[in-house]
Unconditional design. Structure first.
Length: 560
């Protein structure tokens, strides 16, 4: 009998619209032929599959798979997909098949077989790689396809597409075949017998065991800096910042991470690299640059998904990627940044309330927006609570909403200081007047804050910052020119404060903004807030002689 190392195995992956044939159908199928002693997958292919009449693909599946109806024109019918898959290994019967989580795929494949090959026996002799991994690595936190592939040294893209999954499954099969050979499992029949035998009892300890040795992160410096979590093949999984590298990296592995995403990532971490910095503020700036350069798959914030910034018109109704005489307010992070504030201003001015307008005001799609009666009651309550008259003259609405926004921001700061959190508890799609008020208040405050932040970032675009971290042993000076950090050094006791680089006119500074500059200066702003909040000092010089420091700087940062 052929050795596992030489045996040709069919590798299969399916993406579906539901958890079983009763509740869904195959949306995409991929397969290829793997051999443990060969590096590549033969005949690797993937095909979209036409859905039964009346079936649909929900938003979540579309988001994960990238499915769109336009692709159906090149899709295979289910019976054609089945017969192509069936014939891919010639006349071999039964066909040895490796599937990562076989129970899932086999349900759909058996359903196809019952419809398209009803008179023949099921042609696939499948093994589940997930079950094998559970036996080989009983203490691994997670054994999903992405986690297991990463643990073994293969980087799988986040998308749910069949062809990359087939290639990852083939990689796992090659690795597991080597592990099985070390256990004296050399043939397909021996593998079947090994799987059928009772495995080791699960450990009684609930403590997770990660690939990264605890000695590795305990030896890190107790200093600020940036860290990178790495796969065994050197791929960067995650970039983070820390006030203490030792404590922050250890916290990933010792504080009981519970989210699937976190456990999937930590399953793959074999090493950590660090780059100490002089201060925690500079660590945050370095983190931003590293994430943008490396695009780690497990970072969510600070990724350059859209490199543009936006500028809106004075009525907050229109947005452009370039500032001009009409689009004067910005930079803003998206076209929707102040959309809700603009809709609220229109409604308070007396514009007719359409479903589209009040959906924008509460920041919801028209489908999930409140009905008219509930919205009108909420708007009336919002106006009464904040002493607004509806309708109000358009010329006075802007100033009135600014006062409302400032009051809401101060109230929010006070609530945060007291530990009060007013998280949204209502079910999606369920509205009452009080929930409408909460959304209107949140959107007024958020829109105003983004507009104020835009003005502040334009000042910070060419500036000099002098700061001292809480408990820091000396002052640091940062020079920002054209939105970039051009110098960072310790400030000597008698050293004069440098002037900022020559500043361009406002319109030119606005036009220079892209998402990278925006995020860099927003990160710097967040860190200045932290320094002042925690007892440090900071001062910002803008222009040739204008200083912002002390209570003036603290008050200004409240609004941005």
């Amino acid at each position: 009998m052929e050795e596992l190392s030489e045996l040709k195995v069919l590798v299969v992956d399916c993406q579906t619209t539901g958890a079983s044939p009763t509740y869904g159908a195959v949306l995409e199928i991929g397969w290829g032929i793997a051999c443990a002693n060969l590096p590549d997958v033969a005949q690797a292919q993937a095909h979209w599959v036409t859905l039964p009449p009346g079936d649909f693909v929900d938003f979540q599946v579309r988001r994960l798979t990238g499915y769109h109806e336009a692709q159906v024109t090149s899709a295979l019918s289910p019976d054609e997909a089945w017969h192509r898959l069936r014939s891919s290994m010639g006349q071999a019967d039964p066909i040895p098949v490796a599937i990562h989580f076989a129970k899932f795929e086999l349900a759909f494949l058996r359903d196809w077989a019952s419809h398209f090959d009803a008179d023949a026996s099921f042609p696939f002799d499948a093994v589940c790689l997930h079950a094998i991994a559970c036996r080989l690595y009983p203490d691994l936190p997670r054994r999903s396809l992405r986690a297991l592939a990463g643990y073994l040294g293969y980087g799988l893209d986040p998308g749910r597409r069949c062809l990359p999954h087939v290639e990852a499954t083939a990689f796992i099969w090659r690795k597991l075949a080597g592990e099985l050979a070390a256990l004296d499992v050399h043939t397909w029949d021996q593998l079947r017998d090994w799987i059928a035998r009772p495995g080791p009892r699960p450990s009684r300890s609930k403590k997770r065991r990660y690939p990264l040795s605890s000695a590795k992160y305990r030896a890190l410096p107790d200093a600020p800096g940036v860290y990178r979590l790495l796969r065994s093949n050197g791929d960067v999984l995650y970039v983070g910042k820390a006030a203490s590298l030792r404590k922050r990296v250890a916290s990933h592995f010792t504080t009981g991470s519970t989210t699937e995403r976190a456990l999937e990532m930590l399953t793959q971490v074999h090493d950590v690299e660090v780059a100490p910095t002089r201060t925690a503020l500079e660590a945050a700036l370095s983190e931003n640059e590293s994430i943008k350069a490396l695009h780690p798959p497990y970072n969510v914030q600070l990724l350059d998904t859209d490199p543009r910034t936006w500028f809106c018109s004075s009525d907050l109704e229109d947005a452009s990627t370039e500032p001009d005489a009409i689009h004067r307010w910005g930079p803003l992070p998206s076209t929707f940044s102040v959309h809700s504030l603009g809709a609220i201003r229109s409604l308070v001015s007396g514009e007719r309330a359409t479903r589209s307008l009040w959906a924008r005001a509460v920041g919801a799609s028209e489908y999930w927006a409140p009905d008219e009666t509930v919205f009108r009651a909420g708007l009336a309550c919002f106006a009464e609570r904040h002493s607004l008259t509806v309708p109000s003259p358009a010329s006075s609405v802007g100033g009135a909403l600014v006062l409302v926004a400032r009051k809401l921001i101060l109230a929010s700061k006070s609530a945060s200081a007291d530990g009060d959190s007013s998280a949204e508890t209502s079910e999606p799609g369920t509205w009452d007047p009080e929930r409408v008020v909460r959304h209107l208040e949140r959107n007024v405050a958020h829109g105003y804050q983004l507009l104020q932040r835009a003005r502040w970032l334009c000042l910070l675009h060419d500036s000099v910052i002098v700061f001292r971290e809480p408990l820091g042993d000396g002052a640091r000076v940062l020079v920002v020119g054209d939105g970039h950090l051009v110098d960072a050094r310790d400030l000597a006791p008698a050293e004069p404060i440098p002037y900022p680089p020559a500043s361009r006119p406002l319109r030119e500074r606005q036009a220079a903004f892209d998402r990278s500059r925006y995020d860099r200066l927003r990160t710097l702003t967040t860190e200045l807030k932290r320094v002042l909040r925690d007892g440090g000092t900071a001062a910002v010089r803008v222009g040739r002689g204008r200083w912002l420091c002390g209570s003036k700087l603290y008050a200004l940062l409240t609004w941005v």
